[in-house]
Design a protein around this ligand. Sequence first.
Ligand code: FAD
Length: 379
Amino acid sequence: MTTPKKITVVGASLAGLRAVQSLRREGFDGEITLVGAETHLPYNRPPLSKAMLRGDDDIQLPGAEELGDGWLPGRRATALDAARRTVTLDDGAEVAHDGLVIATGARPRAIGGGARTLRTVEDALELRRELEAGHEHVVVIGGGFIGGEVASTARELGHKVTLIDSGSHPMRDGLGEVAASWLAGLHERSGVELITGTRVTAVEDGRVVLSDGRTVAAGLVVAGVGVTPNTEWLEGSGLLLDDGVVCDQALFASGRADIVAAGDVARWPHPLYGGASVRVEHWSNANDQGAVAARNLLAGPERATPYRDVPNFATSVHGSRIQTAGLPHLADTAEVVAGAPQDDKFAVAFSRDGALVGAVAVNSPKDLIKLKKAIYEAS
Ligand SMILES: Cc1cc2nc3c(=O)[nH]c(=O)nc-3n(C[C@H](O)[C@H](O)[C@H](O)COP(=O)(O)OP(=O)(O)OC[C@H]3O[C@@H](n4cnc5c(N)ncnc54)[C@H](O)[C@@H]3O)c2cc1C
């Protein structure tokens, strides 16, 4: 493949911004068009469920100010013609490219009934207004990291909070039994009412209806029940889509030398995990993949490097820092290797067939660093 002269990046958030910066850093002097559905400069989403709900609006992403003329804010891609190499925008305009970076991320699953979700700065500002309005009872549906952080922040702001999760403990899949059970205890010690092992069947008239017949009265309902990758605009393009854009190890869209994907929207066979197909919804993944995907697009498939970083994630709940590395959910065994849950400071190592595949650390950042290194070396 010849080096591209015109590159379109679709999705102007973390992965898209890092792709643009990487193209420039690599010396690409052709035309870059960055298509972004949002009107803001790319911003950081992690503070939306943390500091921003408490009134801190500093969510600027370093480098966002360097976007230049090619940035088309408030414009949505509606179709890709992969053969003609054009992207159609929501006003009917067509943008031609010879290289394409797909970085359209994901959006929260909506459950209706007025339940709020949290993905954008507008969502966070509305939620903040609601929290400031002083609702008596905040009900959070879904105990994943966003639900957990919202529950934690709402408690900090003095609200009565109920957290509903369909699993036996919030975040059991991502953290494993020991850390998830510790987290459930932390929520309860921090004054969150936990309801687990039951599903929400409806949100209506100021109440949440559960599958076991119970109802919970609610002033404000926030749902964090997972995300859907933004791939609708790619339907009919011929790209392989399966809960994300299916890519090869170097992030090229399956069968294409001129299209790469990065961030929450990308699914790829992870070299560290025997080629297991993964899609990772973490900040560091979007940050690093955006840069690597763009570099690979310039290099072409022959000279591209596989994306093999160990996934990394951190969340803060009720003053405790929970970090993960690797993919704990792939493990068949788990062992506490440092500290103890009762001290609110410990680390768990996760192995599959005897090889280290993941780690969770609670208030133990040094242990996490060591385990992350060991995961990389074990592969
Ligand atoms: C509230 C919240 C808290 C989080 N906290 C953490 C955390 O503590 N730690 C952590 O590791 N991760 C966290 N994350 C996850 C992290 O923010 C994401 O992994 C990261 O934002 C993914 O970046 P991305 O660029 O791939 O996608 P996104 O950030 O989703 O950006 C995609 C962009 O593409 C745009 N777009 C979509 N479709 C189109 C289209 N057709 N045309 C043009 N533009 C389009 C979207 O509007 C959006 O601007 C959090 C996420 C949220 C929402």
